[in-house]
Design a binder for this molecule. Structure first.
Ligand SMILES: Nc1ncnc2c1ncn2[C@@H]1O[C@H](COP(=O)(O)OP(=O)(O)OP(=O)(O)O)[C@@H](O)[C@H]1O
Ligand SMILES: [Mg+2]
Length: 224
């Protein structure tokens, strides 16, 4: 059984009296250890697809199966628990909590469902891996865009998710840092986490084992 299975997933939006499918019947199977990259033009539906895959946005039609469970049929509580436990999500925008330090932002997903164990040690190792352990006591407003992005990557990994979904996670990073983050994602994929990534940077494609293109809501294997 696939870890994540998208079946004919569709999202219809209406704008100016006109309806259109931002995501148009997308099917995709994601296995443990897969590293999948999606590229495509701005507005082609990439974030909409990821948001539905992460359970943050309801589809107009189609299903998202996580293991055997249809995530859009779960109760809010069941879905929150599943997302917290199994899915790490790096959103396209900035979503850090401004009144919490970098360190606490990384730890929050761990404490949401009262886990026990050495989260402090783990959070610190993750901050080191993304190259910002020296900023642990800082607040989001004191950080650059790329530094904030790296906090949200560490936060997405703190619960050791089975699936990491990341929406252009390296868009505001320099080439060197981008390579480090992509190497980190490759390592966790090799360790069995599935990685589903949207990227604009063509140089990041070499890391994925499967590459797709999104075009006007349609997903197809990328022709090299
Ligand atoms: N809430 C909404 N209501 C109406 N249209 C929307 C809504 N959200 C997104 N759209 C439209 O759906 C399309 C897909 O948006 P989406 O954010 O998925 O694109 P994207 O591929 O992630 O683009 P980018 O590369 O710029 O991040 C766009 O045309 C967008 O304007
Ligand atoms: Mg987007």
């Amino acid at each position: 059984m696939a870890l994540l299975q998208l079946n004919e997933l569709t999202k219809e939006y209406r704008r100016g009296g006109r309806a259109f499918n931002a995501v148009n019947g997308v099917s995709l199977s994601v296995e443990a250890g897969d590293f999948i990259s999606i590229i495509g033009r701005s507005g082609s539906g990439k974030s909409t697809l990821l948001n539905m895959s992460a359970g943050l946005l309801s589809p107009t039609a189609g299903t998202v199966l996580f293991g055997e469970r249809d995530i859009h049929r779960l109760s809010d509580k069941e879905l929150s628990f599943l997302r917290n436990e199994k899915v790490g999500y790096v959103p396209q925008g900035q979503t850090l909590l401004s009144n919490f330090t970098v360190f606490d932002n990384v730890c929050i997903p761990w404490f949401l469902f009262k886990r026990e164990g050495d989260v402090e040690g783990r959070a610190f190792i993750l901050l080191e891996k993304v190259g910002i352990s020296h900023l642990a006591a800082s607040y989001p407003r004191e950080l650059s865009g790329g530094e904030m992005r790296r906090v949200s990557i560490a936060r997405a990994l703190v619960n050791e998710p089975a699936l990491l979904i990341a929406d252009e996670p390296t868009s505001d990073l320099d080439t060197g840092t981008t390579a480090e983050i992509m190497a980190l994602f490759s390592r966790i994929a090799k360790e069995g986490t599935a990685v589903l990534l949207v990227t604009h940077e063509l140089d990041t494609l070499s890391y994925g084992n499967r590459i797709y293109t999104m075009d006007a809501g349609n997903l197809s294997p990328h022709a090299a």
